[in-house]
Design a protein around this ligand. Structure first.
Ligand code: PXL
Length: 277
């Protein structure tokens, strides 16, 4: 069985970060170890959330693992709360990277043209250095614009997305996947660039008329699980995009649907079908 470790916060209510990654990647048949970077009562889109930083715990946890010779087939990082945590994760990559495992960085910090409340532009530049060390990075257009210095645009063409991907590749990541990319009003999906083959790929679905928090985490978790199931990068991107779209669709059907996250739980059988399980 493959084993990954994912490094991100626990938002106790919010259907994001670890409460999404752990169930989804486990359901895909992959052992999912975790490093919780902080415990929050909810994600930061709620008001008055509590926050307990766990930075001091990270090195003791990874030191114990090193002593036990515990390794991972992938290290997947999501929401990180501070400069110090980015440094610690970069060191963790040095300690746990092998010739055959993957480092996957989702630089969670912004959406819709704006940084999340906890972050500033200096943080985005710092996150860009972590992206430079990764095998695969998964920014949305907003995050990519903060990391590359390119202007954020709501409407853009293929040339803009390709330029952004090449600028992301300049940071140092081997494979760059931009999420939330669509060149028409009614489509959305992903566009990727592989620096080894120098090839771009693009995959879209019909854009649904709703958006929810946590869908980036759903996409990143599913992509990680799909690659661990042996899917090619392009097939894994397709599965992750299709599952994310299905999570949105199923949530729209729920009359009491919650604004803070998607009902991914109901779409797990669909995910397993996509994987042929
Ligand atoms: O879904 C991304 C995410 C993860 N963790 C926390 C967040 C957010 C988005 O706002 O606040 C704590």
């Amino acid at each position: 069985m493959k084993r990954i470790v994912t490094v991100q916060d626990i938002s106790c209510v919010g259907k994001c970060s670890l409460t999404v990654a752990l169930p989804i990647i486990s359901a895909m048949g992959v052992e999912t170890a975790i490093i919780p970077t902080a415990v929050l009562s909810t994600h930061t889109m709620f008001k008055n959330f509590t926050f307990k930083d766990l930075t001091d715990e990270i090195n003791p946890i990874t030191n114990h693992w090193k002593n036990e010779n515990i390794g991972f087939d992938a290290i997947y990082t999501g929401y990180l709360g501070s400069f110090e945590q980015i440094d610690i994760v970069a060191n963790m990559f040095d300690d746990f990277k092998t010739d055959s495992n993957l480092t996957i960085v989702d630089p969670v910090m912004a959406d819709n043209g704006k940084l999340y409340p906890a972050f500033d532009e200096a943080f985005a530049k710092k996150m860009a250095t972590l992206c430079g060390k990764a095998d695969i990075i998964l920014p949305n257009i907003t995050e990519a614009s903060f990391m590359t210095g390119m202007e954020y645009k709501e409407k853009y063409d293929e040339a803009y997305a390709k330029e952004m991907l090449l600028k992301l590749a300049d940071l140092g990541a081997k494979i760059c996947i931009l999420t939330g990319v669509g060149f028409t009003e009614d489509t959305t999906g992903v566009m990727g660039y592989d620096t080894t083959t120098k090839e771009f790929f693009h995959y879209t679905n019909k854009k649904l008329p709703a958006s929810y928090h946590g869908t980036g985490d759903i996409f990143a978790s599913t992509l990680t699980g799909a690659i661990m199931n042996g899917l090619s990068l392009q097939d894994a991107s397709k599965v992750a995009a299709d599952f994310t779209a299905e999570c949105i669709r199923i949530t729209m059907e729920d009359e009491k649907g919650c604004w803070y996250g998607v009902n991914f739980e109901l779409a797990i059988p669909y995910l397993l079908k996509l994987l042929g399980k």
